[in-house]
Design a binder for this molecule. Sequence first.
Ligand SMILES: CC(C)(COP(=O)(O)OP(=O)(O)OC[C@H]1O[C@@H](n2cnc3c(N)ncnc32)[C@H](O)[C@@H]1OP(=O)(O)O)[C@@H](O)C(=O)NCCC(=O)NCCS
Length: 156
Amino acid sequence: MSVSSALAVRQATMSDVDQMLEIINHYAQQGLMLPRTKLSVCEHLQSFIVAHDGEKVVGVAGLHILWEDLAEIRSLAIAEGTKGLGVGKQLVLYLVDQCRGLGIKRTLSLTYQKEFFEKCGFKVVAKEALPQKVWKDCINCSKLPMCDEIAMIREI
Ligand SMILES: CC(C)(COP(=O)(O)OP(=O)(O)OC[C@H]1O[C@@H](n2cnc3c(N)ncnc32)[C@H](O)[C@@H]1OP(=O)(O)O)[C@@H](O)C(=O)NCCC(=O)NCCS
């Protein structure tokens, strides 16, 4: 499958929510990312962007501000049929640009996708170097005692 020329990135809207949940929770079931409820996506809708081809959502990502100089990319997922076509990188670079616009100096990802984030300009950092606030939401994660995610940062 190739990316249609109609594919674009924009802020998410309420009419995208069900498709966003379908994409995110598909990978959450495989243990690749945290699941999301409809309530949590609706509550945080302003922080989400989508890649879409007309009405069809093919990718989703969110930006969560953690501190004055740090924002985290969350819930990044590309629909199965659209992976490997540059859409994930497009979403990440869009959020990096948002950080730049907001005056936030560092973008964080906690991920298993090291090579992908390296291609997006991120570098591995020691988890211990991150502020404690980063771990606030980990309380809800089943992997908390043995977290094996890699912390990666892109300086802006
Ligand atoms: C990880 C994910 C977001 C990547 O999005 P994508 O659209 O498939 O990736 P892109 O096509 O934009 O890839 C950008 C670059 O990264 C590379 N890349 C992508 N996935 C990779 C992987 N798993 N391993 C190594 N390299 C990878 C691509 O080859 C490409 O390299 P290039 O710039 O030299 O051509 C997507 O595969 C996905 O949704 N995975 C499942 C959910 C997930 O793991 N989310 C991440 C949570 S942090």
